[in-house]
Each structure stands twice: as structure tokens, then as C-alpha cells.
Design a protein around this ligand. Structure first.
Ligand SMILES: Cc1cc2nc3c(=O)[nH]c(=O)nc-3n(C[C@H](O)[C@H](O)[C@H](O)COP(=O)(O)OP(=O)(O)OC[C@H]3O[C@@H](n4cnc5c(N)ncnc54)[C@H](O)[C@@H]3O)c2cc1C
Length: 534
């Protein structure tokens, strides 16, 4: 089937942000929705805990706003926080109306209430969830609606390469007209044009060796927007989850913080405990402190991992309390009822991203960014638990409203040139891509991880600059592949994280440096500007 290539709206990314934007616009516009792999592969699918929103009668907008501002360490944009928090309850109702089966309390006074849990940093129970698979429940429902909608064309196995910007087309004004996209099955680059383009490409945690994120989280949106001339902000604030299972095949598997809550101890290979040396709350210290302590012990002793031991609890209790974790670990050969689990901290969430306003607008007319790829100002220097899906839903809603208003006023895109492959050949050295990919992620892990120093950042910069030169040469000579596109983007995003980290001469939120352990009095965002910050 030959697909149409000109749309009203092109949405790049099919996580909760992209799916929501597509559905909200579909009755008013013709939409192309892109996913790098299948519709179901993205962080959204793996979200376990839930979505934060003011739903309980004891809770209030003010308290959710204040909790978010506290977590953000002085760098949240209060207007963005208010937008997300105020629109949260309606967006949850929207999901319920679409059919998402959130977990309910037992019937109370004839009405059935939704069960709300509480997570670290929240002053109330306000996390609505679908058991421990909220992301899957929400995404699956949204995907069903998207697939059924006649105005949405879904392009799976299509990876956007670069944006079609006016500058690229040699036009004298600033606008985005869509993107060049690699059809991975046909192995061909096509131009998809649109009056409005939405980047909903998720986070960039694959830039680190260890991550809880799926393979698609390679920061493509940030890289494409930067190359098209958009500013990015606060890229140094990367949230690390303290305990991912350390096993070559257990790529994204989180060992929940509840294991520590139920008495699990973090130990070194000789069985000695170390958390009390870092914080008197021991294993129950906040996530960032635990992640830093593990990182520090691994660096001090040159370890590949530390261990999480809950074997002192009865086997019956462990199996009943952690059925999923227990059975998943058994698959990898670890029985947590009798032995400690090898764990490492892992990059989990990208707080920074493409700078947008309250309507998801970027610096380029016609280009919007929503979800984890965007920097809306909601998270500041640290993300409050379960505020990220909230951001996907609420900013997708406000961006869609703006797009719908603008579409009738926007001219159709100009004709665009076909992708030029005349000067490239098939790669003769795929091994180079694999090697650079490993080297990049290892350098970021070792030098731009949980605990930073000026010296480590300098080392990382030197290595990443060299890699980027090599990748640039390779990119100019050889035909595009998915891995090459992702590597090019990862290397650029790595360099943006390093530049932002180097600018911040203080420790704030998720950015911790031994050279500047204190916090400056005035909080400032790290804003990088293309052309000024190369
Ligand atoms: C294990 C885990 C647990 C989590 N738990 C929670 C939780 O309980 N609550 C919470 O609020 N948050 C949680 N998060 C964070 C939250 O899931 C994510 O921030 C959020 O789902 C991101 O949604 P998104 O739509 O922005 O991106 P994603 O869901 O990551 O989707 C990105 C999409 O973009 C596509 N894409 C990327 N690049 C390209 C390209 N170049 N071309 C075409 N398509 C592209 C991908 O294929 C994918 O479809 C968790 C994250 C993880 C990893």
C-alpha cells in the first residue's frame, strides 16, 4: 500500500504523550503517528507505580503544587506546575472514559472509589494506578483507540532522522514542515510533511550503560530539535533508580524500592552493610542518596555491582509480597529468598529536554514537544514520583488545543526535496557503530553519572568530542541504519548533558558534584542555545 505523505499533524513517538496527542486531535485533523519499533515499545509501557493527580477529598491542588516545587529544588516553573496539577484530574477522567481499568477500592457507600497510593515526596495519597502495571494499562487502551481511528495513520518501524525545517530547505523564515523518516522495513528514507509536527520521542537514558529504559530511549527528539535550532534546558538532571538487577539479559528490570522498605539490606561482596555510613536512615534514605552511596562504593572498590539481601525474611513472606520480582529474578537464576541479588543504579528519567512553553511550543514555529523529551518546567532539578505520565497527558492536551487552533491559519508545507543518497555507500564496518555505542555509554556512566567532578566531566567531554567526530565522518559516508541514527543522536545528547553539567557550579537536585557540594542562593536553569553552545 502506498501511504499518503502529507498530513495535518505528524506525531513522532507513540508513548503516552504521542498517543494522547494523536487521539485528542484526530477528530479535527489527519494524523501520521510514528513509532521506532512497535506501538507498544517505549517507557510508557513499563511504568509501574502510577499517575499523580489530585483525586482524594483530603488532597488539594495547592499541596500537589507545593510537593512538586519542593522536589524541583527551586527550578520548577510554577505556571507549568499549576497547569499539570490543575489539568490532572480531567486527564485521568479522560483515560477512565476511554476505558483504562484503574484499580478500585472495595465498594464504599454504594459508590466505587479508585485506590490511591502514596509515594515518596507526596504529602497525600494521590497516585492512581492499575495494579503494578499502570503504563501498560494506559498505553494499551490508548493504542486500541488510535488503531481504530480512521484519521490516524500508524507508521511502526519508522524512525525519524531529521526535521524538515525552513533552514534546511533554504527558506527565509523559521518553521518546521515535518521530517525525513527511515522506513526500516523498506530500508528507505521518505519525507513526511505536515502543518504541525510533535516530538514525543521519550527520554534519553540509553546514553548510560545501565538504564531502566527500553532501547528506544535514545534522545532522538532532543537531538533533532537541537539540530533544527531549538534550545534545550536542564539536561544535567538525570534521575537514577538505585536498584536495577545486574545481569546482561535483565536489561530494564527494576527491583522495587519496596524491597528495601521491607527490610532488604544493601551489602558489599563480603556481606558487609554500608548504607548507615552514608545516611542514618540507612536503606530508607531517599532514592538519590541511596543511588549515590552505591555508586560511591562501586567506584571506591572497583565493583561491577553491589547486592540487595532480603533473605533474612521468610521465603513465604518474600514470595507473597514480591511475586513478580521473585519470579523474574528466578528466570535469571537468582533466588532472592536464599541469596542476595546483584544490583546497580540505573539511569531512569531525563528531567531536561527541548524547551517549550505551556502549549508545548518549541523555538521553531510548527514544532511542538510533549512528554519526557520536553522541558516544560514541571520537574525542575528533580522529578516528583509519578509526575511524568501526568506531564505526558496534560501537556499533550494543551499542545493539541494550540495545534487545533492554528491549523486553519497555517499554510500547507512547500514541496520538499527527496532524501539524497547519491554520495553514500553501504557500511563496510558495522562493528564501528557497535564499538562507539559501547564506548559512549561506558564513558557517560563512568564520568557523568551519579557523582560528578570537574575532572570527570573534562574526561567525558574529551572522549565524547572524539566520538562525535568519528560518528560524523561515518554518518556522511554510509547509508543510514537505525543504529547509526541512534548513535549519532546519543552522542549529541551526551555532549549536551556534559555541557549542562559543566555549566552548573553547584550541587542541586539530581546534579551532585564533589567540587561544588553546596547549593547557590539563586536557582538558574541551564539553557543551551544552538550556535552559541556547540
Ligand atoms: C521502568 C519504568 C517505570 C516507570 N514508572 C513510572 C510511574 O510509575 N509513573 C510515572 O509517572 N512515570 C514512570 N516512569 C516514567 C514514564 O514512564 C515516562 O516518563 C513516560 O512514559 C514517557 O512517555 P513518553 O510518551 O514521553 O515516551 P515513551 O513512552 O518513552 O515513548 C517514546 C516513543 O517515541 C518513539 N520514538 C523515539 N524516537 C523516535 C524516532 N526517532 N522516530 C520515531 N519514533 C521515535 C518510540 O518508539 C516510542 O514510541 C517510568 C519509567 C520506566 C522506564
Amino acid at each position: 500500500m502506498t501511504r499518503q505523505t502529507d498530513y495535518d499533524v505528524l506525531i513522532i513517538g507513540a508513548g503516552i504523550a504521542g498517543l494522547s496527542a494523536a487521539l485528542r486531535l484526530a477528530d479535527r485533523a489527519r494524523i501520521a503517528l510514528l513509532a521506532k519499533v512497535s506501538l507498544s515499545e517505549g517507557s510508557s509501557q513499563y511504568a509501574q507505580g502510577g499517575i499523580a493527580a489530585v483525586l482524594g477529598s483530603q488532597d488539594s491542588i495547592e499541596e500537589h503544587v507545593n510537593d512538586t516545587l519542593d522536589a524541583g529544588c527551586g527550578l520548577c516553573d510554577e505556571d507549568a506546575v499549576r497547569l499539570a496539577v490543575e489539568r490532572g484530574p480531567d486527564c485521568i477522567q479522560w483515560l477512565i472514559d476511554l476505558g483504562v481499568a484503574f484499580t478500585k477500592e472495595s465498594p464504599l457507600n454504594g459508590t466505587t472509589q479508585y485506590h490511591l497510593t502514596r509515594e515518596g515526596g507526596h504529602s497525600h495519597r494521590r497516585i492512581i494506578h492499575a495494579d503494578d502495571a499502570t503504563g501498560r494499562a494506559s498505553s494499551t487502551t490508548l493504542q486500541q483507540h488510535v488503531r481504530e481511528h480512521p484519521n490516524i495513520d500508524v507508521f511502526e518501524n519508522h524512525i525519524a532522522v531529521d526535521l524538515l525545517s525552513s533552514a534546511r530547505l533554504g527558506l527565509p523564515y523559521q518553521r518546521c514542515f515535518g521530517a525525513y523518516v527511515l522506513d526500516r522495513d523498506a530500508d528507505k528514507v521518505v519525507a513526511l510533511t505536515a502543518r504541525a509536527t510533535v516530538l514525543a520521542t521519550g527520554g534519553a537514558s540509553k546514553v548510560y550503560l545501565y538504564t531502566s529504559n527500553p532501547d528506544v530511549s535514545t534522545g532522538d527528539g532532543v537531538a533533532m530539535a537541537w539540530r533544527a535550532g531549538c534550545r534545550v534546558g536542564n539536561m544535567e538532571f538525570v534521575q537514577f533508580h538505585p536498584t536495577c538487577l545486574y545481569h546482561p539479559e535483565a536489561k530494564s528490570f527494576l527491583v522495587s524500592e519496596a524491597v528495601r522498605g521491607e527490610g532488604g539490606k544493601l551489602v558489599l561482596p563480603d556481606g558487609s552493610e554500608f548504607m548507615k555510613g552514608y545516611d542514618e536512615r540507612g536503606e530508607l534514605a531517599p532514592r538519590d542518596i541511596v543511588a549515590r552511596a552505591i555508586d560511591s562504593e562501586m567506584k571506591r572498590l572497583g565493583l561491577d555491582c553491589v547486592y540487595l539481601d532480603i533473605s533474612q525474611q521468610s521465603a513465604e513472606f518474600v514470595k507473597q509480597r514480591f511475586p513478580t520480582i521473585h519470579s523474574k529474578c528466578l528466570e535469571f537464576g537468582f533466588d532472592m529468598t536464599t541469596e542476595p541479588l546483584p544490583v546497580v543504579p540505573a539511569a531512569h528519567y531525563t528531567c531536561g529536554g527541548i524547551i517549550t512553553d505551556r502549549s508545548g511550543r518549541t523555538d521553531l514555529d510548527g514544532l511542538y514537544a510533549v512528554g519526557e523529551t520536553a522541558h516544560t518546567g514541571l520537574h525542575g532539578a528533580n522529578r516528583l514520583a509519578s509526575n511524568s505520565i501526568l506531564e505526558c497527558l496534560t501537556f499533550a492536551a494543551s499542545a493539541s488545543e494550540h495545534i487545533a487552533e492554528q491549523l486553519p491559519l497555517t499554510e500547507a508545507p512547500p514541496p520538499v526535496p527527496e532524501w539524497d543518497e547519491s554520495r553514500v555507500t553501504d557500511s563496510d564496518e558495522e562493528v564501528l557503530v557497535a564499538h562507539n555505542w559501547d564506548e559512549l555509554r561506558r564513558a557517560m556512566w563512568d564520568y557523568v553519572g551519579i557523582v560528578r567532578t570537574d575532572k570527570r566531566l573534562e574526561r567525558a567531554k574529551h572522549r565524547v568530542d572524539n566520538l562525535r567526530r568519528e560518528i560524523f565522518d561515518y554518518y556522511s559516508l554510509f547509508r543510514l541504519t537505525n543504529n547509526l541514527i541512534e548513535l549519532r543522536n546519543l552522542a549529541l545528547v551526551a555532549s549536551l548533558i556534559i555541557q549542562s553539567a559543566m555549566k552548573r557550579k553547584e550541587s542541586r537536585g539530581l546534579h551532585y558534584t564533589l567540587d561544588y557540594p553546596g547549593m547557590e542562593e539563586t536557582a538558574q536553569n541551564s539553557v543551551l542555545i544552538p550556535d552559541s553552545d556547540k
